[in-house]
Design a protein around this ligand. Structure first.
Ligand SMILES: Nc1ncnc2c1ncn2[C@@H]1O[C@H](COP(=O)(O)OP(=O)(O)OP(=O)(O)O)[C@@H](O)[C@H]1O
Ligand SMILES: [Mg+2]
Length: 314
């Protein structure tokens, strides 16, 4: 395979596997990430997200399969890749003996930035993330959310072409999370962003494309809307009755176009094959005393739970 394969993609992953002893953390995983997009990777605890990011960011080698980052193979072009990427790892890895600003300056020098350029950039980014007032303090005196924002500033300092964010907003309060979202949205298009998250709302809000993985395997891929359309199995309507709910539930449950049904109190939720079935349902309900029929929007969280189940992971 040539190193320039799929140069239109920022990231190419082919049949990637990673074993820790007998455990397959990644299992025949393939994916393309388009340049300039915001890509979200979702999956329960232990799904393999961090393992994948470690391989892409040159911190770990795969057991088998191929990876290209900006056309480069991490096994042979680690140094080049590291100069092109910014990484926010799952754990904040800050030097505890240096102040926040010194942490950033060290990072800038390691990336060969000259002082004039990095000083200005540090000022701007610290201001943007609301950290200017605390820049001369040690990171351990920061709250968890401030440390997270500092790590994000550090990852952006050298103007990477590709930004990896492993759960960037875990532990952030809603204000800080929104600030990070706003920043990520504002730089969208200027670089490729690959993020993992447990916040489905975050993926929905930010990402052009979303992959859902579990047990090291890719199980779904598409835009948030595509995933919802494709995977929720048609549309769900909520029908509230004034009376005789049992009788009409029985009737609806026997209809061919009703895929699934749940009754709670006076309300019946029916999952239909497609929205066209609604007229059949309305005809069947002729004479019933219906208080309200409403469309129940499925969320990305519904899709996620359908695909990955309800069991708690490691
Ligand atoms: N260094 C390691 N040695 C052995 N097993 C590991 C190691 N790192 C990860 N694993 C295992 O590999 C699997 C994938 O872990 P990984 O950290 O990639 O998951 P994740 O999707 O990032 O989970 P989380 O959402 O909890 O961060 C898990 O079963 C984990 O226990
Ligand atoms: Mg992880």
């Amino acid at each position: 395979m040539s190193t320039q394969l799929h140069s239109s993609s920022a990231i190419t992953i082919r049949s990637l596997s990673k074993h820790y002893g007998g455990l397959a953390a990644l299992d025949d995983f393939s994916l393309e990430v388009e340049r300039g997009s915001i890509f979200g990777l979702l999956g329960p605890n232990g799904a393999g997200k961090t393992t994948l990011i470690r391989i892409l960011t040159t911190l770990m080698r795969q057991s088998s399969g191929e990876v290209r980052v900006e056309g480069l193979d991490p096994r042979t072009h680690g140094r080049e890749i590291r100069s092109l990427i910014g990484v926010v790892s799952q754990e904040n890895s800050l030097d505890r003996y240096l102040t926040a600003r010194e942490n950033l300056e060290l990072h800038a020098r390691l990336h060969g930035m000259d002082a004039g350029r990095y000083r200005r950039r540090i000022d701007d980014l610290m201001e943007l993330m609301g950290l200017s007032g605390r820049q001369h303090d040690l990171p351990e005196s920061y709250s968890g959310g401030m440390q997270r924002r500092l790590v994000i500033v550090r990852a952006l300092l050298h103007e990477p072409r590709l930004l990896f964010l492993d759960e960037p907003t875990t532990g952030l309060d809603p204000q800080s999370r929104r600030a990070v979202w706003e920043y990520i949205s504002s730089i969208a298009g200027s670089m490729t962003i690959f993020l993992t998250t447990h916040y489905l709302e975050e993926a929905e809000h930010l990402c052009d494309r979303i992959a859902i993985m579990d047990h090291g395997r890719l199980i779904a891929l598409g835009s948030s809307q595509e995933l919802k359309d494709k995977l929720t199995g048609g549309t769900v309507y909520q029908i509230e009755f004034n009376d005789q709910v049992g009788r009409y539930a029985g009737l609806l449950g026997g209809m061919a176009c009703v895929r699934e049904m749940q009754v709670s109190g006076q309300t019946v939720c029916v999952g239909l094959e497609s929205w066209e079935c609604l007229s059949e349902v309305v005809t069947a309900l002729n004479g019933a005393s219906v208080r309200r029929i409403s469309l129940k929007e499925r969320t990305l969280e519904d899709v996620f739970m359908d695909l990955t189940g309800k069991g708690v992971r490691e």
